[in-house]
Design a protein around this ligand. Structure first.
Ligand code: CAA
Length: 256
């Protein structure tokens, strides 16, 4: 049985982590299967947006598989951590936006997967946390790095050193998620957002995402130069000519 379900529809791939009996906790096999699914989606020129969610109504991902970790040597743990980093880097570097639809527990590696996604939508029952210190560990899939960059150093230290959980309303308040909705509205909202994205100029979306991502590692001056180059390079492309012509002709653009 596969731990990953994939649905491709109208330029959007939805990937569901499917191990509900363990609240979608991730062992090396699940990590490998998710990596393969994301790799396929990011390499597919037809795909303009990706949604990642968890199977069932209780959990997005309850973290790395603690039972598996309890048996790991230092060497195996390094391999497991590296596999997690490779997966999350792949998600973060996706040319097209990746939306996390967080439908319940997002603990440890679950919060970390959501942090690598570009947009985080949460159901009201979503619960976030980095409880690794309770296991004598630290976040190992980027939590010590990405969480502070998103919510600030103080809040990240509170969450990681305290090891507590936060509910969806608090996650929204601190900017950890973009929106919170009723559980039944979560996937419809993710689909609606994905549909909005794929109606826009595909190259423009990819270039905008690239500029925002690259800008995180650059000074403002360097980032503005990077944006200027990217902006000017789009002029004269078929996509830009169609977008501007459609505006002048008062009709919707046809990009795909
Ligand atoms: N690893 C392995 N199995 C897990 C799991 C995990 N992270 N989380 C849940 N499960 C399993 C449980 O063992 C249980 O299986 P069994 O029925 O076979 O015993 C099943 O999922 C259901 O879980 P619970 O009975 O515990 O459900 P609950 O509703 O009472 O509690 C919960 C839910 C609060 C999420 C609780 O399961 C829990 O605390 N899970 C662990 C969360 C955690 O600590 N995550 C961080 C992991 S470390 C990490 O992720 C490192 C990293 O940075 C990569």
């Amino acid at each position: 049985m596969s731990f990953i379900l994939i649905e491709k529809s109208n330029h959007v791939t939805t990937i569901t982590i499917n191990r509900p009996e363990a609240l979608n906790a991730m062992n090396l096999i699940v990590v490998g299967e998710l990596h393969k699914a994301v790799q396929t989606a990011v390499s597919d020129a037809e795909i303009g947006a990706i949604i990642i969610t968890g199977a069932g109504d209780k959990s997005f991902v309850a973290g790395a598989d603690i039972k598996a970790m309890s048996q790991m040597t230092k060497t195996a743990a390094r391999e497991f951590g590296r596999a997690g980093h490779d997966l999350l880097n792949l998600i973060e570097n996706s040319p097209n936006p990746v939306i996390a639809a967080i439908n319940g527990f997002a603990l440890g590696g679950g919060t970390e997967i959501s942090l690598a996604c570009h947009i985080r939508l949460a159901a009201e029952n979503a619960i976030f946390g980095q409880p690794e210190v309770k296991l004598g560990l630290i976040p190992g899939w980027g939590g010590t790095q990405r969480l502070a960059r998103l919510v600030g150093k103080g809040k990240a230290i509170e969450m990681i050193a305290g090891g507590g959980i936060i509910k969806s309303d608090e996650a929204l308040r601190i900017g950890l998620v973009n929106q919170v909705v009723e559980p039944s509205d979560l996937i419809p909202l993710a689909n609606k957002l994905a549909e909005k994205i794929i109606q826009n100029g595909p190259a423009a979306v990819r270039v905008a995402l690239d500029c925002i991502r690259r800008g995180q590692d650059l000074s403002l001056t360097e980032g503005l130069e990077y944006e200027l180059e990217a902006f000017s390079q789009l002029f004269g492309t078929a996509e830009m000519l169609e977008g501007t012509k459609a505006f002048v002709e008062k009709r919707p653009p046809k990009f795909r």
